[in-house]
Structure formats: structure tokens, C-alpha cells
Ligand binder design. Structure first.
Ligand code: ZN
Length: 260
């Protein structure tokens, strides 16, 4: 993962709280087999899932790892500051590897290596969680310093149910759960019109440009008339009103294929 706002403690003060995250942790707990003892939470963040797992099952040995040092400080021990695709564990060290909200941040090269590493570490099962059918353009932020645009949360991939089937070739997808409060999403066409034609961009609470590190952003591209921006934003808003509400996450349980 690139150096981003995820290395700021302000992000982790808010992350992992609220009913959405409680529901997600309950789903993950439900997917982990009762007999599993050694669990690795890759990208554990401030540890909301780790806390839920160890509180519910006292016999679990749950270890977390995250690339963000400030997140690791907030997470329950034991936790290691490390990131995919190179984690300091032996092959097949864990019964289950949990990997939530990580893969959508990785570019193609990082992604291939990360999937290979998860395969190397998991003995029996893998739980993968990613945002469900996210419209990436809806959260593009325009940097005020370098005028590059990037996703507010650093996401570079979007996942549908079909995308999960061939994610881990050595594993079989056994169960899929959609979780998180259902909300209406901006459509791809609405977001594209707003950004490309209207020149309007997302307004984040916290921002760190991955290109230049600036924390200032613009809501309107300077060379586009603001009225055009307002009109496309209104059109996008109308399209969103008719959108179907969808849950935020998709979580898949994978089991290692048996060799016959
Ligand atoms: Zn920038």
C-alpha cells in the first residue's frame, strides 16, 4: 500500500466503529470454523475484528498485521507491523487467514503477489472481504497542489460477486455474504458525468494525495465552469435517487481444494 492517510492516527480514531463494523465482525466470526485455532488478520487496522474474534472464542490464537504503525498501536496484541506481499510467517502457519479491505487498495503487481502470499500462509481457509460493487469514480478527489485525482480511500479495484470466484485458484469459494447497511450508490455514468464533464470531485474529511502528499483538495476543476459542475452533480443526484440500495461489503469464505 502506498504511503497514505492510513499512516495518520486520525483515521484510526474513527475506523472500525458503528453498527456496520459490528455486523461485519459478526459475519467473519460466523464464517470461521469452530475448530480453527490459529488465525491471521491481514490488514487488521485498529483491530475491531481481532477484538470480536478473541472475545467470542477464547481458545483462538489470533494475530494481526498491518502496514500502518499507528494502526498497530491501537490493535490488540499480538500484532505485527508488516504488509502484503511479504509477511514474516512460515508456510501454512494459520488455519484461517482473514483479509478485509486490503485487496481493493493494490495495483496489479501488488495484487498478484498478495494473493500468492495469502495462499502460502493459509492451511485450510481464507476469508476475503472487499467493498461490494463500489463506484470508484464517486470518491475521486482532486489534489489542489498537483491537480492529480485519486480515490479518497486509496481504492483501485471494485468487486462484484463474479470477481470473487477466481480470486484464489488453490481454494474453492464456499460461501458469500453481503453485509453492511444498504445504501443507494452513485451510478458509474452519473459519477463519470460529474467528474469528467462537470469537473466536480468528492469532498473528503481527511485527504493525503498519493502523488505529492498534499492534504488540500479542490471540489471543482479550475478550467470547468462551476455551473456545469452543479448541473452534472444535480443529474447524478437524480440518478442516485432511483438506484437500488446495496450493502457495502462482500465477504467470501474459501476452503483449500483437496488433492485427489
Ligand atoms: Zn497532489
Amino acid at each position: 500500500m502506498r504511503e497514505t492517510m492510513y499512516h495518520s492516527d486520525a483515521v484510526w480514531q474513527q475506523y472500525g466503529q458503528g453498527p456496520d463494523y459490528c455486523e461485519r465482525a459478526a459475519v467473519v466470526l460466523d464464517l470461521i470454523p469452530e475448530w480453527a485455532q490459529w488465525i491471521l488478520d491481514v490488514g487488521c487496522g485498529s483491530g475491531d475484528v481481532l477484538r470480536a474474534l478473541t472475545a467470542a472464542r477464547q481458545h483462538l490464537h489470533a494475530i494481526g498485521c498491518d502496514s500502518s504503525y499507528v494502526a498497530c498501536i491501537r490493535a490488540p496484541q499480538p500484532v505485527i507491523c508488516a504488509a502484503l506481499p511479504t509477511l514474516p510467517f512460515r508456510d501454512k502457519s494459520f488455519d484461517v487467514v482473514v483479509c478485509l479491505e486490503v485487496l481493493e487498495h493494490l495495483d496489479e503487481e501488488q495484487y498478484v503477489a498478495a494473493v500468492r502470499e495469502v495462499d502460502r500462509l493459509a492451511r485450510y481457509s481464507v476469508v476475503i472481504g472487499v467493498p461490494y460493487r463500489e463506484t470508484l469514480q464517486a470518491k475521486y478527489v482532486l489534489c489542489a497542489s498537483c491537480l492529480n485525482s485519486s480515490h479518497a480511500d486509496g481504492h483501485v479495484r471494485s468487486y462484484s460477486i463474479g470477481d470473487l470466484y477466481n480470486l484464489l485458484p488453490a481454494f474453492q469459494l464456499c460461501k458469500i455474504v453481503l453485509t453492511g447497511i444498504k445504501k443507494k450508490r452513485q451510478s458509474k455514468i452519473g459519477s463519470w458525468l460529474t467528474m469528467r464533464i462537470g469537473g466536480r470531485y468528492y469532498h473528503p474529511k481527511l485527504f493525503c494525495c498519493p502523488y505529492c502528499g498534499s492534504d488540500s483538495f479542490l471540489e471543482q476543476r479550475p478550467n470547468v465552469p462551476p455551473l456545469l459542475g452543479k448541473l452534472t452533480a444535480l443529474l447524478c443526484h437524480i440518478l442516485t435517487m432511483y438506484a437500488r440500495p446495496m450493502p457495502y461489503w462482500i465477504i467470501g469464505l474459501y476452503e483449500r481444494r483437496r488433492a485427489y
